[in-house]
Ligand binder design. Structure first.
Ligand code: URA
Length: 189
């Protein structure tokens, strides 16, 4: 375990624990305020993220930024955003369980350093891995689960919203619930 973000990011940037290191352009560790109390966790970098080294910078990322901005959050100012996988799976296929098994240690270490009060799982992949294998986004989105003192909530992945805009209202409700929770916990943003 590393005890500072700098050490952790540095070690992660040289990771060769799975085959994705062969095809990546950049390790996408995360972006944001490193001592934020709110952590967002997506799935894996796509093409743009792999090229730029930052999570959620494509069309979906722009949409995520809109939802964040709607409740006064900003990816650089008051939250941190990371992914289950730090390297892009070829052709944006779903992460393989064995890739997540090795990559999750980076995330565990990040959570250990940050100690966030709230973790928001963006999409099915992170919610099923971090909240419950039975998590169904359509049914379980917007519900806060207390996991050893950290509140965890799953919501829609922006790519899913782009595919089916009818889900946008439900996603907005999740963000409004998040805003209420931030106030309830007295988190300063
Ligand atoms: N989708 C994700 O889940 N994460 C990213 O960083 C980009 C797209």
């Amino acid at each position: 375990m590393f005890s500072t973000m700098e050490e952790l990011k540095n070690a992660c940037s040289q990771c060769r624990k799975c085959a994705l290191c062969e095809t990546r352009n950049n390790v996408v560790f995360g972006v944001g305020k490193e001592d934020a109390e709110i952590l967002f966790i997506g799935e894996a970098p796509g093409e743009n993220e792999d090229l730029q080294g930052e999570p959620f910078v494509g069309r979906g990322g722009k949409l995520l930024d809109l939802y964040l901005g709607g409740i006064g959050l900003d990816r650089k100012e008051n939250i941190y955003i990371a992914n289950m996988l730090k390297c892009r799976p070829p052709k944006n296929r779903d992460p393989k369980p064995e890739e997540m098994d090795v990559c999750i240690d980076w995330l565990r270490n990040l959570v250990h350093i940050m100690r966030p009060k709230i973790i928001v799982c963006v999409g099915r992949i992170s919610a099923q891995r971090l909240i419950s294998p039975d998590f169904r986004v359509t049914k379980d989105h917007g519900i806060f689960y207390d996991k050893n003192g950290t509140l965890m909530m799953g919501t829609f992945h922006p790519a899913a919203l782009l595919r089916d805009p009818r889900k946008k209202g439900d996603c907005l409700e999740d963000f409004l619930k998040l805003q209420d929770k931030i106030k309830e916990l007295g988190i300063e943003i």
